[in-house]
Design a protein around this ligand. Structure first.
Ligand code: FPP
Length: 246
């Protein structure tokens, strides 16, 4: 892809996949039916990202706060994750997808943790697209875990306090090794970040759509990418400065 064209494709997309419950309710079905439909949308969007040449896709599958949902919904989501891992990993692997799970993985039962670890190991060598699934994840949790690592490095004498700066702390945040987050999408009509990737989204372009997650398809993804391509990203500079360097 020529340079100018490639620049218009976000390197890294994050999605808050909201609206499964309402999608199910509109069909008089249980919320788990909506989550299952949401799983199919995940597949479609991964295919879309592969086609568009996106390098990394980060999906908010289960937040630190989602543990507060009714027990049966949490249980249904856990078994859905297990089924998805069993069913989808081989095919993702064949398409060159590298899978990673980010979040407080210790919060999960051993069988699920083992499956997540196995999927990460199995796909570790793939390069076509990295898909990060955020589970038991919160942006504040991420900042706290990075801060703890910084504190430990200072306490052990490995670093001086003055050496802790944005770049250093950023190295300890989840996804630091990936291209910066370019496009943050939220489906389902709410216009908030809900504690997802707080640090990483500092300069991301935000895109909100009324479309409920199970209805989000490749055309919706294309629309979001086209919208992103029209944005002027200034990173604190003036429009004139940006024009002079592009
Ligand atoms: C938010 O919709 C969605 C979730 C909390 C779960 C997301 C899970 C999936 C899309 C399932 C598959 C994921 C993977 C990675 C296999 P909501 O329940 O809050 O919807 P509502 O706002 O309409 O109630």
């Amino acid at each position: 892809m020529p340079g100018a064209e490639a620049a218009r494709v976000p390197r890294h997309i994050a999605i808050v996949m909201d609206g499964n419950g309402r999608w199910a309710k509109a069909r008089r079905r249980p919320r788990s039916f909506g989550h299952n439909a949401g799983r199919k949308a995940v597949r479609v969007v991964i295919e879309g990202c592969l086609r568009e040449g996106v390098q990394a896709l980060t999906l908010f599958a289960f937040s630190s706060e989602n543990w507060q949902r009714p027990q049966d919904e949490v249980g249904a989501l856990m078994s859905l994750f297990l089924r998805a891992l069993d069913k989808e990993v081989d095919e993702l692997h064949q398409h060159g997808v590298r899978l990673r799970f980010i979040g407080d993985l210790d919060a999960f039962d051993e069988p699920l943790r083992q499956r997540m670890q196995a999927a990460m190991t199995h796909t570790a060598g793939n390069r076509a697209l990295q898909v990060n699934i955020a589970v038991s994840y919160g942006g504040r949790w991420d900042i706290v875990q990075a801060s703890r690592r910084a504190a430990a490095a200072v306490a052990s004498g490995e670093l001086a306090l003055g050496q802790i700066d944005e770049a250093r702390l950023g190295q300890w945040m989840c996804l630091a090794e990936l291209p910066p987050l370019d496009l943050f999408i939220r489906t389902g009509g709410e216009c908030r970040i809900s504690n997802f990737l707080l640090w990483q989204a500092a300069y991301a372009e935000l895109y909100f759509t009324e479309t409920l997650w199970p209805d989000f398809d490749q055309a919706c993804l294309r629309h979001a990418i086209e919208d992103y391509a029209r944005r002027e990203r200034r990173f604190g500079r003036t429009g004139e400065q940006v024009a002079a360097t592009s």
